[in-house]
Write a protein that binds this ligand. Structure first.
Ligand SMILES: *Cc1c(COP(=O)(O)O)cnc(C)c1O
Length: 410
């Protein structure tokens, strides 16, 4: 009864694996990445991936950065958030000030940040969407930041709409805040999906370590990183940005190995597959794959924009290879996007419908992610199925429909 993963266009996660990736996963099925003494070459491979990403994200001295693999961006965000909390706490204690009320400021974030805030006792100050904006705006920051702000999270590839938050402008607003009131607030970029997209197809966008205030970045290897499910990455600008107190030295696996992670035992195959993909595809290979996805998303957007029932929210240009749209006249359409989700599900497509975050909850949107393995041919089939479903719903209105969210998106 599971869906066909290739027709799941609600997820960012990799659903494509070539034969070499399958063989590497098979060969490494018995490797535990935490046993760094037992599997030193896997540890070396993990380290090389970290430095390749640091370099991709323009760390000033990529060989001096630090970072690690994780199970995904959620764990990576927790580690990034914890590092911010400890840096803040150390600074406050040194100044003889209270450390009772840390807060973190962000726009519409993925649920992992709600978890981070609750699990680790930090107040989440989620700035509501204002006007037509889809993300955090620089001019909103000053009203939400104070001396207890451990950091600002900027999202590269907002979960709800797939657009990028303006990291450079947010950093500029924080520079002004430092000048005006002396608060020096670091930025963590949650680049779960954008971290493997922007460097390849939007190379001129400034969002990464090229901005001094960006101290850490996470990304999901298993999203646009193209690796199989189960790997994420977090990288700090320099070793100074990761407090020593969070690193544990472990000797009971042989040797004396540093570890910074929420988990202990974990499969190594995804890390090895990530390294293989980075080497196998190279910069040019990733660029071609992501550009093809972006072209397909834009093709789909052009087709959807021609349907009078639909109004585009994001047309696949300038951010993730995806589209996001809403009903042009939701009150008089005779059906809801939830009905449309149900209808296309009959053809096997999984498309999530959901509300935008506060203060735009009245807007229901749908989002379609184009990733490796979702071809132009599939996009043509999908577009036809959406058109046919809308025609059917217009001819057979469902004014009393109680259709609601049937499954979640990530
Ligand atoms: C997907 C996503 C996450 C969570 O990542 P996982 O790899 O699924 O744990 C966090 N933040 C953003 C912006 C995401 O898109």
């Amino acid at each position: 009864m599971d869906g066909n993963s290739r027709q799941n266009v609600a997820t960012f996660c990799t659903t494509y694996a070539d034969d070499e990736v399958r063989r590497l996963m098979d060969l490494s099925i018995d490797k535990n990445m935490i046993d760094k003494d037992e599997y030193p070459q896997t540890a070396e491979i993990e380290k090389r991936c970290v430095h390749m990403l640091a370099d991709l994200w323009h760390a000033p001295r990529s060989w001096e950065t630090t970072g690690c693999s994780t199970t995904g961006s959620s764990e990576a965000c927790m580690l990034g958030g914890l590092a911010l909390k400890w840096q803040w706490k150390k600074r406050r204690l040194a100044e003889g000030k209270s450390v009772n009320k840390p807060n973190i400021v962000c726009g519409p974030v993925q649920v992992c940040w709600d978890k981070f805030a609750r699990y680790f006792d930090v107040e989440l100050r989620q700035v509501p969407l204002s006007g037509d904006s889809l993300g955090l705006q620089p001019e909103q920051l000053a009203a939400y930041c104070d001396e207890n702000t451990i950091g600002v999270v900027a999202t590269l590839g907002i979960t709800f709409t797939c657009v990028y938050e303006p990291v450079k402008a947010l950093a500029g607003a924080l520079d002004a805040l430092q000048r005006d009131v002396g608060l020096d607030i670091p930025i963590h970029v949650d680049a779960a999906s954008g971290g493997f997209v922007a460097p390849f197809i939007q190379p001129d966008l400034e969002w990464d370590f090229s901005i001094e205030r960006v101290k850490s970045i996470n990304s999901s290897g298993h999203k646009y990183g193209l690796a199989p499910l189960g790997v994420g990455w977090v990288v700090w600008r320099s070793v100074k940005d990761l407090p020593d107190e969070l690193i544990f030295m472990v000797d009971y696996l042989g040797g004396n190995m540093p570890t910074f992670a929420l988990n202990f035992s974990r499969p190594a195959g995804q890390i090895i597959a990530q390294y293989y993909l980075l080497l196998r595809l190279g910069h040019e290979g990733y660029r071609r794959i992501q550009q093809e996805c972006a072209d397909t998303a834009q093709f789909l957007a052009e087709g959807l924009a021609k349907l009078s029932a639909i109004e585009m929210v994001y047309d696949g240009r300038g951010a993730l290879p995806a589209v996001c749209y809403k009903l042009r006249h939701p009150d008089t359409a005779g059906f809801s996007l939830f009905d449309l989700s149900d209808r296309v599900r009959m053809r096997g497509w999984q498309i999530a419908s959901y509300k935008l975050p506060a203060d735009r909850e009245e807007t229901i949107v749908q989002r379609i992610l184009i990733r490796r393995g979702i071809t132009r041919d599939m996009a043509v089939l999908l577009l036809n199925d959406i058109k046919n479903a809308i025609t059917h719903l217009l001819e057979n209105p469902a004014p009393n429909s109680k259709a609601g969210p049937s499954f979640h998106h990530d």
